[in-house]
Design a binder for this molecule. Structure first.
Ligand code: SAH
Length: 514
């Protein structure tokens, strides 16, 4: 994931983007975790640290900070440990390690500079079924200490499972910079109001909405600025306002997810997706995007396979209305743009007719996205001054719905044509265009699975593109580009990022929480 070329600043590693990798992995690949992260309550629990040097002392101080009763086992003690002993903050077994020391300690740390001793500690702990951490030696540890960002009571723990401690540390530094110092105070403050909120807003969804607004608005800004009285007052009036109006009505968000590459979702779409109670999604939506939905969100696949059976539009509309009426915030996540061959307008019409609120968030339509990734500009001075998007869906004699495109009119246009859903109709479409007068020499290209890692481009002319595509084994989804601009594909082609990890990841920004 990280480039190997020389040292770079943190900013270079984490430029503006998304912090997608951790949530995606934890949601999709939870079963592949090396370790289960847990937060252990240590107040009054006895813990053993074997070792008397600086490393041991650091562990001891962490354990004391968590309220543990710490015993140190070492013939010698650092000055700091000696001071802790003098202040009666730790107990010390001043002798060489032996297995009896494991005793009833809940956690054991092997922190000597002698590998053999450390391994003996680990073995003794394993025999006694105690959890043991061997400092800097994950292979011999039954638990490891994560990097932490401490905004108690809010604590972020980061681990790379011992594989990339530098990466974990860099992430920690990012979080340290991003998370306001008073974030803990914000968590405490929210905790104080929890019971009141529960009583005043018994509905879980209403409560969640309230907190989402509180944490992203002026309330949290007041707490973070230390203006607690003002924050309390604001919360009270916000609560009154919320209780007054019945906020249980839902809303629909028709969100365009773009042509395939999950990173082409708009920021607004991303934000709404994260807040939705229900996600109604098309078949081709990237799983990485669905992972951004809340864990408890209801995910419904209403996908249609190209021309094949799927959830009917009437059923989709009915589902949408039903969930919104039930007070849910429904994200209708659609491929490309909702209003380009997406039937989004039919869904909007159904919502409008039912008097239900909705928003429409545009997406990058396939013609734009695939053109950009395939090196085909839609217009280009001197080559094409206009572009027409058309669907070839109805272009066959077995078509049962939609009207046949006006091929004569389309052929007469000298500019760029982008034909959606053309996969199985390529031969028909190209023959029609040639028959109606478009030169058979016109450059043409088919882009398959555009913007995705498996993107393929087949180029040719109107005369041979259908044949070439058939030979290359056409896949789906596919778009047909026709026009002089297609000839630029070679010169303007570029290599899209092969995998998510090679893309920029998120720089967390202080403003995000305020
Ligand atoms: N609303 C969508 C279009 C839905 S129709 C949009 O704005 O893009 C589905 C058709 O779009 C597919 O049959 C195909 O022709 C085209 N399409 C969508 N995604 C594509 C992709 N990644 N690569 C090539 N064509 C795509």
């Amino acid at each position: 994931m990280l480039a190997s070329d020389g040292p770079r600043s943190n900013d270079h590693f984490f430029p503006a983007g998304r912090f997608d990798i951790v949530p995606i992995q934890s949601l999709i690949a939870a079963s592949l975790m090396d370790q289960l992260p847990i937060f252990v309550t240590l107040q009054g629990q006895s813990c053993l640290v074997v070792g008397g040097g600086d490393v041991a002392e650091r562990k001891v101080r962490q354990l004391l900070a968590a309220g543990a009763a710490v015993t140190v086992n070492s013939p010698q003690l650092s000055a700091g440990l000696q001071a802790l002993l003098d202040a009666q903050q730790i107990a010390v077994a001043r002798r060489a390690f032996d297995a009896s020391l494991i005793d009833t300690h809940l956690l054991v740390y092997a922190a000597t500079s002698d590998r053999a001793v450390n391994h003996a500690v680990a073995a003794a702990a394993a025999t006694a079924l105690r959890l043991c951490n061997v400092v800097d030696d994950p292979a011999h540890s039954s638990f490891i200490s994560p990097s932490i960002v401490d905004r108690s009571p809010l604590i972020v723990a980061i681990s790379s499972g011992g594989r990339a401690p530098v990466l974990a540390r860099m992430l920690r530094q990012q979080l340290e910079r991003w998370l306001p110092l008073r974030l803990g105070a914000l968590a405490d403050w929210a905790g104080q109001w929890r019971d009141t909120l529960k009583a005043r807003l018994p509905d879980v969804a209403a409560r969640r909405r309230f907190w989402e607004q509180a944490f992203s608005g002026t309330l949290s800004a007041q707490v973070l600025a230390g203006r607690m009285q003002a924050a309390d007052d604001s919360l009270r009036s916000a609560l009154d306002a919320q209780a007054d109006t019945d906020r249980t009505h839902g809303e629909a968000w028709l969100v365009g997810a773009g042509p395939g590459d999950p990173e082409l979702l708009s920021l607004r779409g991303f934000h709404l997706l994260q807040h939705a109670d229900v996600v109604l999604h098309d078949r081709l939506i990237a799983p990485e995007l669905l992972a951004f939905a809340r864990r408890d969100a209801e995910l419904i696949d209403v996908g249609k396979t190209g021309g094949g059976p799927g959830t009917s539009q009437a059923t989709i509309n009915a589902l949408l209305l039903d969930r919104v009426r039930a007070g849910k915030r429904v994200c209708r996540l659609k491929g490309g743009d909702p209003y380009v061959f997406g039937r989004g307008s039919e869904e909007a019409a159904a919502l409008a007719e039912a008097g239900l609120p909705f928003q429409v968030i545009p997406g990058i339509t396939a013609a734009n996205g695939c053109g950009a990734y395939a090196g085909i500009p839609l217009t280009h001075r001197g080559l094409a001054q206009a572009v027409t998007f058309v669907t070839g869906h109805a272009a066959s004699d077995d078509s049962t719905n939609g009207t046949e495109p006006d091929w004569a009119a389309l052929a007469a246009l000298g500019h760029t044509l982008v034909i959606y859903m053309s996969g199985r109709k390529l031969a028909v479409i190209t023959a029609e265009l040639i028959a109606r007068g478009r030169s058979d020499n016109t450059p043409a290209a088919v882009v398959i699975a555009g913007t995705l890692p498996e993107q393929r481009i087949i180029t040719g002319t109107l005369a041979d593109i259908a044949q070439r595509s058939a030979e290359a084994g056409l896949g789906s989804p596919a778009l047909l580009y026709v026009g002089e601009v297609v000839a630029l594909a070679g010169a303007l082609g570029w290599q899209p990022p092969a995998e998510a990890a090679s893309r920029p990841s998120l720089e967390l920004r202080p403003g995000d929480l305020q």
